[in-house]
Design a protein around this ligand. Structure first.
Ligand SMILES: Cc1ncc(COP(=O)(O)O)c(C=O)c1O
Length: 397
């Protein structure tokens, strides 16, 4: 008879062991988060097939994970895209487009109204890799056509530009790009798929900074690149090899944010239109940029392309320049100075000291930015709250 008392298992042989798989008879209503960095393989053949992408499945988070796939599936449906890559930021989505589509000797036509960091990437960073670029006002279609050459592989524009809210004529720009066998890449961050689906208008790639309106809660850093099957060959490998992939938690939060995107964007657009109208009647405001205003130089194009909503961003110029802007920002107690956009809260930014600080004052002037330019990102408060908060600040400044 063996009277030996069984030894209790050692904690270090229990705690680090993987959990048993959860067998579910019912489905959770909220999606699960899979923070795992790696997945276990059954055998060498399976590992081989997974890594060669012959078998669908996960093996290493940087190559793909269920939370990115869940988000990508929804974005693909929203943008009517064959393929979507989820990246660690909007800038990573732009890097992915460049790194997967361009080689040394290629040329890129870059809209001069692009987000500052995008300009930096597409001009200075790509130049280090032997890719040249030409900056052009992409609202001027003749100038854009003239800037494309037989070496041009990408034309890059934003659906709604920052901060003066110029609108890209996507169908016309696609025609120009395709005339040189180049691809049109549209940054749709200011529009979101609620206002615009650039692929349907002829664009080849769309990117979104999900960190903004698509998530909408100031708690995610994420991007997406969307495109078509025939342009996608190099994208998954570039995503994995350059390490541009997303985190599961951010992708999970983005799925949650996306559930209310259409409601948030509609609400913010309605208030933004009312704010733009109200600012036009203010004596200290010398100019208002909003595509929803009938006097905006691209109002008709915006109406045709966006179907009657014009975005959540309103930009205005104070007659008193930088000192007036400083006084307005100090007086705007209920509107945080927050150099991003697309939050649930209405926020303001000052392009001269933030997004466009790297430009000379002459370059800013060409873009319509002065020291008195304020960019508002309209949030989800009541319209009365937002208008009163702005008017209070204008009066106190
Ligand atoms: C229009 C636009 N595109 C891209 C980006 C970059 O996105 P992210 O901050 O997610 O890298 C930004 C960020 O401000 C942006 O405004």
């Amino acid at each position: 008879m063996n009277n030996e008392i069984p030894k209790p298992p050692r904690p270090d042989d229990i705690c680090p062991r993987p959990d048993k798989p959860v067998v579910q008879t019912t489905q959770p209503m909220a999606p699960a988060i899979y923070p795992t960095s790696v997945w276990m393989c059954n055998d060498t053949n399976q590992a081989d097939d997974l890594l060669a992408r012959k078998l669908d499945g996960y093996i290493y988070q940087r190559d793909g994970h269920p939370n990115a796939d869940a988000f990508a599936e929804k974005v693909a449906a929203l943008h009517v895209a064959d393929c979507v890559a989820v990246t660690s930021s909007g800038m990573a989505a732009l890097s992915l487009a460049a790194l997967s589509q361009l080689v040394p000797g290629d040329h890129v036509v870059v809209g001069k109204q692009l987000y500052g960091r995008s300009l930096l990437l597409l001009t200075q960073e790509l130049n280090r890799l032997g890719i040249t670029s030409t900056l052009v006002d992409t609202c001027d279609l003749d100038a854009t056509r003239a800037a494309t050459t037989s070496a041009t592989k990408l034309v890059v524009v934003e659906t709604i530009g920052n901060p003066c809210l110029n609108v890209a004529d996507i169908a016309a720009l696609a025609e120009i790009a395709h005339g040189q066998d180049a691809k049109l890449l549209v940054d749709n961050t200011f529009a979101t798929p609620v206002l615009c689906r650039p692929l349907e208008l002829g664009a080849d790639f769309v990117l979104e900074s999900v960190s903004k309106m698509m998530n909408g809660h100031s708690d995610v850093m994420l991007g997406v690149l969307c495109g078509r099957e025939q342009d996608w060959d190099r994208v998954p490998m570039a995503l994995a090899a350059w390490g541009l992939a997303s985190s599961p938690f951010d992708a999970w939060l983005a799925v949650r944010g996306l559930a209310t995107m259409h409601l948030r964007v509609e609400r913010a657009c309605e208030t933004a239109q009312r704010v733009a109208d109200a600012l036009c009647g203010e004596g200290s405001v010398e100019h208002v940029d909003y595509p929803g205003l009938p006097n905006h130089f691209q109002h008709d194009l915006a109406t045709k392309q966006f179907g009657g909503s014009y975005g959540a961003i309103v930009t205005f110029r104070l007659a008193g320049g930088r000192s007036a802007a400083d006084a307005f920002i100090a007086a705007a107690k209920r509107i945080p100075f927050c150099p991003s956009l697309g939050e649930a809260t209405t926020t303001l930014s000052h392009p001269e000291s933030t997004s466009h600080r790297g430009l000379s004052s002459a370059e800013r002037e060409v873009l319509g930015i002065s020291g008195g330019t304020i960019r508002l990102s309209i949030g989800l408060e009541s319209t009365d709250f937002v208008i009163t908060a702005i008017q209070e600040a204008l009066t106190a400044a």
